[in-house]
Design a protein around this ligand. Structure first.
Ligand code: FE2
Ligand code: FE2
Length: 189
């Protein structure tokens, strides 16, 4: 599907604030791709589509996992909103016609990250956190600055922020995010 058509589709499905967030992630992904020498067309596509399944309810997300035969981990069973990432990748592939594995992985891992992310995975993971429409978060300005100078450091700072926030608000932490944090911590040491 053409980019413009994807934008129209998403705009009709999403509430306005989420659509604006998606456009923000698209734009930041584009800029980061230029800085780090990645194909900006691919970055734009991954950015606009990253939350394309986020309008579904928990029940609907679980149903889509059955339909597309996507494995549901224990924590995803308890916190089905996490599934919007992998269901989003399935939608990107089967509804929006994206075949590129790197784009699909960037959508799949945009919430938790994972160890040894590809350049595009890091770009989308970060763009999701720092796009200009985000509510002011602690350390966000520092992360924004780091994003344009040291991508791995910015990814580490984001993971650290996200995990601290989850723990401080007594929420469950996906073990994929934990292993990603450890990986980037060791990488930077
Ligand atoms: Fe998301
Ligand atoms: Fe998002």
């Amino acid at each position: 599907m053409e980019l413009e058509q994807i934008r129209v589709e998403l705009k009709s499905k999403m509430k306005a604030s989420r659509y604006l967030h998606s456009i923000g992630v698209e734009e930041v992904s584009h800029d980061l791709a230029l800085i780090y020498n990645y194909d900006s067309d691919k970055a734009v596509l991954a950015g606009i589509l990253h939350d394309c399944a986020k309008f579904l309810t928990d029940e609907e997300l679980l149903m889509e996992c059955k339909k597309y035969q996507l494995p549901v981990t224990e924590i995803e069973g308890r916190c089905p909103f996490l599934l919007h990432a992998k269901v989003g990748a399935a939608f990107a592939q089967y509804i929006y016609g994206v075949e590129d594995k790197d784009i699909l992985n960037a959508i799949t891992y945009h919430t938790t990250g994972r160890p040894a992310m590809s350049l595009l995975e890091k770009i989308v993971f970060l763009a999701d956190y720092i796009e200009p429409g985000r509510k002011p978060l602690p350390r966000i300005q520092k992360i924004r600055e780091a994003a344009y100078m040291n991508l791995d450091l910015a990814v580490y700072m984001t993971l650290d922020n996200v995990l601290k926030y989850l723990m401080n608000t007594n929420r469950e932490v996906d073990c994929m995010a934990e292993s990603a944090l450890l990986y980037y911590k060791e990488l930077l040491e």
